[in-house]
Design a protein around this ligand. Structure first.
Ligand code: SAM
Length: 228
């Protein structure tokens, strides 16, 4: 039976170069590494998990898939799941908040020097993550936005290098803001609607709150405008 993999993780898988040695942090069921090995796209991965329940389900899924020789499941916090001798070339960190992803990267920054590519799928605070990448010697080389089960997901691919982003690019993504795809517009239109409703409920006397929301609204309107 083929591994059940969300379209979100399939998209992440597309950015994993053939033959990569992968660390999937927060692997949960280890579906992503199993899928990539099943396809013959890679032949070594570490599935890292910090919580015992998901770790055990990863161990049993890898055993059921008869991949124990190719996928090492490790109970570990973030980048503690690998050593230099594992020769990891790509790290995926998906399905967590942007702040947590940045924290995981920061806690193991020294180990990232030999890693060629990070593929990150934050569930929120994408701006926080872009900020961390820019300040720690990474540049974004590709981005995607997609929708599944009525949720929007952004995927960013980063490699070593310099990156300077404008305020708008930090918030909306350098490539996504350039492309302005239909999904991008739908995401930010939804956010705009929420903020406009929120603003209508803030009393006129709460000037600072109204100003903060209005600024967000202005930035989104600018991002939604094709000429921005
Ligand atoms: N990556 C899978 C995906 O995108 O579908 C699973 C996402 S799940 C919502 C997040 C997983 O990350 C959980 O299984 C959680 O235990 C794990 N996790 C959270 N913080 C972690 C850390 N510091 N190190 C390793 N795993 C972590």
């Amino acid at each position: 039976m083929q591994t059940p993999l969300s379209n979100r993780l399939r998209k992440v898988a597309e950015y994993v170069p053939e033959g990569a040695r992968l660390l999937d942090v927060g692997s949960d069921h280890a579906y992503l590494p199993i899928y990539l090995i099943e396809k013959g796209h890679i032949d070594f991965a570490i599935a890292g998990e910090v919580v015992k329940g998901p770790y055990e389900s990863a161990v049993s899924n890898v055993a059921n898939a008869q991949m124990t020789d190719k996928i090492d499941v490790r109970l570990a916090d973030g980048l503690a799941a690998f050593e230099e001798s594992d020769q990891i070339s790509v790290i995926t960190i998906c399905g967590m908040g942007g702040y947590l992803i940045a924290e995981i990267l920061a806690n193991g920054r020294a180990k990232l020097d030999k890693v060629e590519r990070l593929i990150l799928q934050p569930n929120n605070r994408e701006d926080e993550l872009r900020n961390w990448l820019a300040q720690h010697g990474f540049r974004i080389v590709a981005e995607t936005i997609m929708t599944e089960n009525d949720k929007f997901y952004e995927i960013m691919v980063a490699e070593h290098g310099d990156m300077t982003l404008s305020v708008q690019e930090h918030r909306f993504g350098p490539y996504l803001n350039q492309e302005k795809s239909a999904v991008f517009k739908a995401k930010w239109q939804r956010e705009l609607n929420k903020l406009q409703i929120a603003l209508s409920h803030v009393p006129i006397s709460h000037e600072a709150d109204r100003f903060a929301i209005s600024q967000k609204i202005t930035a989104i309107k600018e991002a939604l405008n094709d000429k921005s």
